[in-house]
Design a protein around this ligand. Structure first.
Ligand code: GLN
Length: 540
């Protein structure tokens, strides 16, 4: 497919303000190139000093996404996977911390042969090496690199300097797409281009001339505004595209395609334009979304619900599953901390299905336990994820088995009934540095269970992010009371999935199915859960 030679590198930078949706633009652009038959991958560089976002509180940084190879990653990687239906890895998310760590390790090993180690060239060389690493194996025609942060930030400078050098080295095989903002000033009744002009000047000051500008705007911009930006920023007018607010992020690829952004890119890197891709599956998905009339009402119970991005992948997986089932999703984020025995029925009233969210620590756990008891006793479809599954077992132990002190040792290390605990073989690992079970693991499902039916298979692979496990010592007690352990890790025997067969749909999993749900391939467990919730809705 590649007619001009070599992998093409596209950098996506951002200006004026943060939260413009660089990740969505990068993913949409990737989608358009992929739809033309090119092999595309996307990586994100984050300018913070943390080695990875694993230790970041969701209040700081939204959801922590997990790649198949067990890297705790920025949530933009979730967008890349959902849009492109590709699998990302550790190489797709690099932070300043990791760049410095690598350079310092090399320095300690003596790799720099006594030279003074400096930001330029040593840090910039390490950044460039990590960009090219993805392109070097010949697996991709395009490597899109999103540079986190905003142009003008002190911490972005080494990344921008690397982009400048790469543009120089790679010539036509390297492009910079700059995403900026065009505000509407209500008092003047006008949109303003000055912030965009300033942010492009900033880029030019560090030696980068952007090739394409994407203008984020709330309202569609007129041609003369695009022409004005083009004139002031040294960019041809066809290379100025706008990304106005649309009802769903999944429309962004179509907005960009309509303005031929992919064609501009192909022309710039010297590739043939070819036929305009139809994006049929994508458009079908959007059409189903538009046409869905009936609702399904789902409650997501967790402790970070007031944050827009804290459960991003779960929100998106539910959205996808609802759309594929021709329903409009009404998603209610419910703060678990506020749920108590007295208000649980009132709080959860009207829900067709309940998701009990993952989490760490004690806060909000009591509310999750009240929720689970209510869902179990009232037979409301329930999907428990990770801590949600662990709570499912604690609730059952306390209220059905009568072990009132049952707990996870994450919350109460001294309890007698440690139904959720750290397994012996993990303890040694934890003493070595506190690692979690992360990334994809195989799971064997028991034939004839709801979960096996959901997947249409008994052997699956899903991603994990946790330290604690169901304690197999109590398995027989739970089974005698009616619990089915429907999924196990085939190597370790650890419990991965549980269900209550006498309920309409009450399934909980130790893994995170939400990381593995894309626009063209929704996750089967979410599909099945949403179907059960729809049945609940329609039965009312
Ligand atoms: N805190 C739990 C554990 O570490 C669950 C983690 C999660 O829900 N992701 O095992």
């Amino acid at each position: 497919m590649n007619t001009s030679s070599g992998t093409k590198y596209i950098f996506v930078t951002g200006g004026v303000v943060s939260s413009l949706g660089k990740g969505i633009v990068a993913a949409s652009l990737g989608k358009l190139l992929q739809a033309r038959g090119y092999r595309v991958t996307i990586q994100k560089f984050d300018p913070y000093i943390n080695i990875d976002p694993g230790t970041l509180n969701p209040y700081e940084h939204g959801e922590c996404y997990v790649t198949t190879d067990g890297h705790e990653a920025d949530l933009d990687l979730g967008h890349y996977e959902r849009f492109l239906n590709i699998s990302t890895t550790r190489a797709n998310n690099i932070t300043t911390g990791r760049i410095y760590q690598n350079v310092i390790q090399k320095e300690r090993r003596g790799d720099y042969l006594g030279k003074t180690v400096q930001v330029v060239p040593h840090i910039t060389d390490e950044i460039k090496r990590n960009v090219k690493l993805l392109g070097s194996k010949g697996e991709f025609d395009f490597v899109i690199t999103e540079i986190g942060g905003t142009v003008g930030d002190i911490e972005s400078l080494p990344f921008l300097e690397s982009v400048r050098q790469l543009k120089w080295e790679l010539g036509a095989n390297c492009l910079c797409v700059h995403l900026t903002y065009i505000p509407f000033i209500a008092a003047a009744g006008e949109v303003k281009t000055k912030p965009t002009q300033h942010s492009v000047k900033h880029l030019q000051e560090v030696g980068i001339q952007p090739d394409i500008l994407v203008l984020r705007t709330e309202h569609e911009l007129k041609e003369d505004i695009l022409a004005k930006v083009a004139l002031f920023c040294n960019v041809p007018v066809e290379a100025v595209v706008q990304s106005y607010d649309v009802p769903t992020i999944y429309e962004v690829p179509l907005v960009l395609q309509e303005q031929k952004m992919d064609e501009v890119i192909l022309r710039k890197v010297g590739l043939e334009i070819g036929e305009k891709p139809e994006l049929k599956a994508w458009k079908d998905f959007l059409k189903m979304k538009q046409e869905a009339k009936d609702e399904v009402v789902i409650g997501l119970v967790g402790k970070y619900v007031e944050l827009q991005d804290a459960y991003k992948s779960i929100d998106e997986a539910l959205q996808q599953a609802a759309i594929y089932n021709n329903r409009k999703l009404v998603l209610k984020h419910i703060q678990s901390e506020r749920i108590d025995e007295a208000n649980v029925a009132k709080t959860l009233k009207g829900l067709d299905g309940i998701v009990v969210a993952p989490g760490f620590g004690t806060r909000g756990v009591d509310g999750k336990l009240h929720t689970l008891k209510y869902a179990r006793e009232n037979d409301i479809p329930m999907l428990g994820i990770c801590l949600g599954m662990q709570c499912t077992m604690i609730e059952f132990a306390r209220n059905v088995l009568g072990w009132t002190d049952a707990n996870t040792t994450e919350i109460d290390p001294n309890t007698t009934h440690k139904v959720i605990d750290i397994m012996e073989d993990q303890k040694s690992v934890i003493n070595l540095g506190g690692t979690m079970r992360l990334g994809s693991y195989k799971c064997h499902l028991t034939q004839g269970t709801k979960i096996a039916e959901a997947y249409g298979s008994t052997d699956i692979e899903e991603r994990h992010r946790h330290r604690f496990e169901f304690n197999n010592k109590y398995k027989a007690d739970f089974e005698a009371a009616g619990v089915i352990f429907s999924g196990h890790n085939p190597d370790s025997g650890l419990v991965e999935a549980v269900e209550l067969p006498d309920k309409k749909w009450y399934v909980a999993v130790q893994y995170h199915p939400e990381y593995n749900s894309t626009v063209v391939k929704p996750n089967p467990l979410f599909m099945s859960f949403v179907r059960a919730s729809i049945a609940e809705h329609d039965s009312k």
